[in-house]
Design a protein. Structure first.
Length: 339
């Protein structure tokens, strides 16, 4: 969408635990043959820290970097991919209370790996409509057993733990959101559901068997042409974001795409028209795929490493099971000195 008024990113932050060398996990027999040669060197693994706790750490850092005590934040959107530490519990309320206080509305966003960037789109409407001056966006997940086997859960990536945050503002920041787009192809939702009947209680499938569900669905006529539909959805959403910004791929300095890696061409960044050096894969290979947090983490990384400068355009792209897609074009206005 073309934004009716200016939308800024006041700060970005991440809290990422120590990374575990992939070779160590391989030596322990934790990684199957399919996941040993994707290009990852290490994976961030948290020890006993929940997703919401990591989100709070990232959110507090984002506020500190913006010089804010949170008084101007009227909404907190917390995104995650899975278990948040308690059943039937609003994680967003905890994140909001622990970052900006008891009065800000907190809502959980559950659109899997598209939730973080998708929440930018949700927040933009609240800011441009004048409902709040700023929105704090957070992500946080711990992909720990027995809930999941992070090393082998899905094809083409290994899940990483961590928290991330963006502070969006209608007043100013180090970057301006030039355009935003979301898209969806809901006909692809069965890839994560498979053929098993609906249940009425959690915990019947531990660890989660997402690949097995995908194999079930792949054998059905409904699955035919799925890759083409996924590719079309991702490309259409991204193209519309670029068109809304009045730019092309050639105008983009860096692209932050999900830290998913096939280990062979085409990778996601290649599919979108970028070389590896334009992506944030140098970060992704050392951290892993942080679920909904890759885009916030990637943007923070580019700024903290001074890999972008004033005037540079950064493309943020996300996709989540379902499937849904988000894309944003961001213009860097200033490079803050983040320690």
């Amino acid at each position: 969408m073309k934004l009716p008024s200016d939308l800024y990113i006041a700060s970005a932050a991440a809290w990422v635990p120590g990374a575990r060398p992939l070779a160590d996990a391989v030596a322990e027999g934790r990684v199957d043959a399919e996941h040993r040669h994707l290009g990852y060197e290490s994976i961030a693994v948290a020890d006993g820290v929940s997703g919401p706790e990591m989100a709070v750490r990232a959110g507090r850092l984002a506020l500190e970097r913006a010089g804010s005590d949170g008084h101007e934040v009227g909404l907190v959107l917390h995104s995650s991919c899975g278990y948040q530490g308690h059943d039937m519990w609003p994680a967003a309320a905890y994140v909001a209370n622990e970052t900006v206080g008891r009065s800000a509305a907190g809502f959980d966003v559950q659109q899997r790996c598209n939730a973080g960037l998708g929440s930018v789109w949700l927040a933009a409407g609240q800011i441009t409509a004048g409902f709040t001056e700023s929105v704090l966006l957070t992500t946080g997940d711990n992909f720990a057993p027995p809930w999941v086997d992070r090393w082998n859960l899905q094809l083409n990536f290994i899940f990483a733990d961590g928290g991330s945050a963006l502070l969006l503002s209608g007043r100013g920041g180090f970057a301006r959101v030039v355009s935003l787009r979301v898209g969806a192809d809901n006909s692809l939702e069965r890839w994560n559901r498979g053929l098993e009947p609906f249940g009425t209680a959690p915990g019947r499938d531990l660890p989660l068997r997402l690949r097995e569900r995908g194999v079930q669905h792949a054998l059905t006529p409904e699955a035919e042409g799925s890759w083409e539909r996924f590719e079309a959805g991702l490309l259409d959403t991204t193209t519309r974001a670029l068109d809304d910004a009045g730019v092309t791929v050639e105008d983009i300095a860096r692209a932050v795409v999900p830290h998913i890696h096939r280990g062979e061409s085409p990778e996601n960044y290649e599919l979108l028209g970028f070389a590896e050096k334009q992506s944030t894969w140098e970060l992704g290979r050392r951290v892993g795929h942080m679920g909904a947090g890759d885009q916030f983490l990637g943007l923070e990384h580019l700024v903290a490493q001074r890999a972008v400068g004033p005037g540079d355009l950064v493309l943020l792209v996300a996709a989540g099971e379902g499937f849904s897609f988000s894309a944003a074009v961001v213009e860097i206005l200033d490079v803050p000195d983040w320690q």
